[in-house]
Design a protein. Structure first.
Lengths: 515, 384
């Protein structure tokens, strides 16, 4: 195994929400919130999730089309986050993007030959005849005719335009292609063509491809590995096969179950996910999926099934967000009788609330029932806050209390250790092309604080600087990290990176308190 | 189905007069919708599925559109003969529409509650209070949490899925007999799509209505349809019960459409070529330029008539291989879709022998040219 072409670590993109003339920041939309992944040469990684989960932002931030708020991007041994303008331009020659809508991504007044050749011109190829030769050759490789280069975008179908989009992305011989929903605007009958073309181009050019899609079917078709995103975070990564055979995260399971299957015998089997995606400007604490998760972890002290627990938790969460309007419930409960809403029987109001949240009229667990009944009484009295306190106390869940982090599922590593290793690895990856002296210098700079009395940076200093406990809980990981630290201290950053990427190649990860 | 269908469309032809010529968007479409039944029209973009749905209540813009021929019999009444005024009374009352984009279906400057009340009071003489109660009830039934409170909210305060629920509530306001839903979930995420589809299913039972669902997504069809109408280039290729169509897809187009679904883990095969020109469709079967089983009989005359599949009158297919005396196994290929050219040639003899072909078209060279121009992707890849 070699080093990946792209290593993204802790990528974050926040958009400030400002108010007033002074543009005071009053909040921020956490579009992408600490996302890490790698893409190998010749590999297709899928970034999948619902709209608004930040998958497109993650991709544009990774190419620095938008300035990331935080995080490190290492592309072929260079730190993209540190690039100046000239380096950035060089980088963009090697990383290209293909967009969703093939129609709006072409200038209608330019022939497609000009459009495809434009990147060549931008990057300084002045010889027109040569440009035409390259464009003609490329058009043929994507399944069109060289003679098509003098025609205009409107003369092509959507599928053909997407082929031209691919040709334009490939014309300057990039190493990485980011394809944002490459087939969602196309009919199914041409989708397969384009997906197949992407596959073939990848093997022909040895490309690394990042595919962004909301469609599990598309992802399954072209991707080698998949990262599932929810509300700005990656919740699971796995090889495509593993992900579809054995999804670990409840969100992945829900996403797969929601995808309709073209088999009428299997209808109605997709478990429905309740509710909408919460706003990324105010993401829920703990696990961001806990507000919708059908498998949210119940408190051990109660004997409730998953659905009832979910219902009680929904009641709690709504009360906490002050979303229960007692007057409205009263009106609803009274709707059938008369207009005097103050005289409504409290029992009817309580029943109406239970009905609204699918909480059974009486919970099977007496303690739980007592807590819910007490809370409902407070709601009827108009004190939703007290009810929220009562419910919050009575129905805690680890999913709301603690934020789960990505953990490799097949190792004994703890989340913090894994985070430290990834941070270490991405730092080492920026040094692979440097000389031994530079590496030693950078190590001294980075880990100087932990140096011993003689000012010598040793193994312990490096491990302390990167928060790598010794020993790590996983023996294989410990061996690799130990070897990497030794190689680094000897100035051999390339070997150190190889050690780390070999040991922690694309691991299967999941961020969930379950298991 | 022995009972009289609720809606019966016969030989519907809807055309558009455009600068490029006459576009036959819907060209001789026939199907029925029974009471309480869900019928799905499925097809690619440009197949005429949306125009079919819009023709029913004449939502198409006239001119340039025109229902040139055909009958649309709704509950014993021919809608094509109805005056605009009578149709307007029917539209939104007994026949309601839900569209793909809920944003466009709701007026941003009125509260959602007010819009539902308006829909109710437009068709029924009820007091504002009664209409309001019913609107709240409807919002509640389509799964809007705390309907009483959300009644006075504006459309922008709802998420996409919630907006679609509101527009469904509005469509249901008058207790319609037929709900025409055109790609109601296409703009939504899969997890929300699932919610909306199961909602439609529940409501259909509750309101005892028929649903005509128009979609490009075979997954959605499999999820909700009782019966399926497969359209291609303005023509019905195949129609039948959902199990028949999915388990015994008979038209080569239906089979190809099922084969090109990505992500079933067995590799997706695309349909080569592209939709034929809308102003100058090919003679014979509209699908023949892209069909691997095409024989001479497919290339001449009119679209083949509907032939019963295995003697089942509820499952019909417009393909010459199914005519009496023909050999459908050519298309079905004994489970293997590879479809060797030999088999097609062998049976081409049968197809020709039937003599069921019409007059040969005059403009075949023209057609060939325009098709060549369209450029079959598959061909080009073969060359490359």
């Amino acid at each position: 195994m070699t080093r990946p072409l792209l290593d993204i670590e802790g990528l974050t993109k926040h958009y400030p929400i400002t108010e007033g003339v002074l543009r005071n920041e009053v909040g921020r939309v956490r579009a992408v919130d600490g996302v890490s992944f790698t893409v190998d040469r010749g590999e297709t990684l899928g970034l999948v999730g619902e709209s608004g989960c930040g998958k497109s932002t993650a991709a544009t931030a990774a190419l620095r089309l938008e300035e990331p708020t935080d995080g490190r991007i290492v592309f072929d041994g260079a730190d993209v986050t540190a690039f100046g303008d000239a380096e950035l331009k060089r980088f963009r020659r090697r990383a290209q993007m293909v967009f969703q809508d093939p129609t709006s991504s072409f200038d209608p007044r330019m022939s497609i030959g000009e459009s495809v050749a434009e990147p060549l011109r931008v990057h300084g190829m002045r010889d027109r005849a040569k440009r035409r030769r390259i464009v003609g050759d490329l058009l043929e490789r994507v399944g069109l005719d060289a003679a098509d280069m003098d025609r205009y975008p409107h003369e092509f179908s959507g599928g053909q335009k997407q082929r031209i989009g691919l040709a334009r992305a490939l014309v300057i011989n990039p190493d990485l292609i980011v394809a944002d929903e490459p087939v969602s605007a196309l009919d199914v009958s041409v989708q397969a063509d384009i997906l197949d073309l992407i596959d073939r181009l990848q093997s022909a050019f040895g490309l690394a491809i990042l595919v962004i899609s909301h469609d599990m079917g598309v992802v399954r078709e072209v991707c080698d590995r998949v990262a599932v995103m929810y509300l700005g975070e990656i919740v699971e990564t796995a090889s495509t096969e593993e992900l579809f055979e054995d999804p670990k995260h409840p969100y992945t399971r829900a996403l797969l179950a929601s995808t309709p299957v073209a088999d009428p015998r299997q209808r109605g089997q997709g478990a429905s996910l309740s509710g909408d995606v919460p706003s990324p400007s105010d993401p829920p604490p703990g696990c961001r999926f806990h507000t919708r998760c059908p498998e949210v972890i119940p408190d051990e002290s109660y004997d409730l099934d998953d659905a009832t627990w979910r219902a009680v938790l929904n009641l709690r969460l709504r009360a906490e967000s002050a979303g229960i309007d007692v007057a409205a419930v009263r009106e609803y409960a009274a709707a059938d009788d008369d207009d005097d809403t103050t005289a409504v029987d409290p029992a009817a109001v309580r029943a109406a609330i239970r009905e609204e949240f699918d909480v059974p009229a009486e919970l099977p667990d007496p303690d739980a029932e007592a807590a819910v009944a007490a809370a409902l009484d407070r709601i009827v009295d108009g004190d939703v806050e007290a009810a929220a306190d009562r419910l919050g106390e009575a129905f805690p869940t680890v999913c709301r209390r603690e934020r789960p982090e990505l953990v490799p599922t097949d190792t004994d590593l703890a989340a913090a250790e894994w985070r430290a290793i990834k941070g270490f690895r991405v730092w080492v990856a920026t040094l692979v092309d440097e000389s031994a002296e530079t590496v030693t210098g950078r190590v001294r700079e980075r880990c100087g604080e932990g140096a011993d009395r003689e000012g010598e940076v040793d193994r312990l200093a490096v491990r302390a600087a990167f928060r790598l406990p010794e020993p790590l809980s996983d023996s294989a990981a410990e061996r690799a990290v130990g070897a990497a630290v030794d190689a680094l201290l000897a100035g051999r950053a390339g070997d150190a990176a190889d050690e780390l990427y070999d040991a922690f190649g694309p691991l299967r990860e999941s961020a969930c308190h379950l298991g | 189905m022995s009972a009289e269908p609720l809606l019966s469309i016969r030989d519907l032809r809807t055309v558009f007069h455009t600068d490029d010529g006459l576009v036959r968007a819907v060209d001789g479409v026939s199907f029925d919708i029974g009471r309480g039944e869900t019928v799905c029209i499925v097809g690619e973009s440009g197949s005429g599925k949306t125009v079919t749905g819009e023709s029913i209540t004449r939502l198409i813009r006239t001119p340039p559109g025109e229902i040139a021929a055909g009958e649309i019999v709704f509950d014993g009444q021919d809608l094509t003969a109805l005056s605009d005024e009578a149709l307007r009374a029917l539209r939104g009352d007994r026949i309601a529409h839900v569209f793909q984009n809920p944003q466009g279906a709701l007026n941003p400057v009125y509260t959602v509650g007010w819009q539902i009340v308006e829909a109710i009071r437009l068709h029924e003489d009820v007091s504002k209070g009664a209409a309001r109660d019913r609107a709240v009830d409807l919002l509640d039934r389509v799964g809007i949490p705390e309907a009483t409170r959300r009644f006075d909210d504006y459309p922008h305060e709802f998420s996409g899925g919630m907006k679609q629920r509101v527009s469904i509530a509005m469509a249901l306001a008058t207790n319609p007999d037929l709900l025409i839903a055109d790609e109601p979930t296409t703009a939504l995420d899969v997890t929300i799509q699932n919610q909306i589809l199961s909602l439609l299913d529940d409501l259909q039972t509750e309101f005892d209505m028929s649903v005509l669902l128009i979609t490009h997504d075979l997954g959605v069809v499999a999820e909700v349809a009782d019966r399926v109408v497969v359209m291609y280039a303005g023509k019905v290729m195949e129609r039948g019960g959902v199990f028949d169509v999915f388990e015994q897809p008979s038209h080569p187009y239906t089979r190809a459409l099922l084969d090109c679904l990505p992500g079933r883990g067995d590799g997706a095969a695309s349909i080569g070529g592209r939709l034929p020109s809308s102003t100058d469709p090919p003679a014979g079967c509209r699908f023949h330029p892209r069909c691997e089983h095409a024989v001479d009989a497919c290339r001449e005359g009119e679209q083949p008539p509907d032939y019963a599949v295995d003697g089942d009158d509820d499952h019909v297919v417009s393909c010459v291989h199914y005519e009496p005396g023909g050999d459908p196994s050519v298309v079905r290929g004994g489970g293997d879709d590879a479809g060797s050219g030999d088999a097609v040639d062998d049976d081409g003899g049968d197809g020709r022998g039937s003599g069921a072909v019409g007059t040969p078209p005059a403009d075949r060279t023209l057609r060939a040219e325009s098709l060549g121009d369209d450029g079959s992707d598959a061909d080009r890849e073969d060359r490359a």
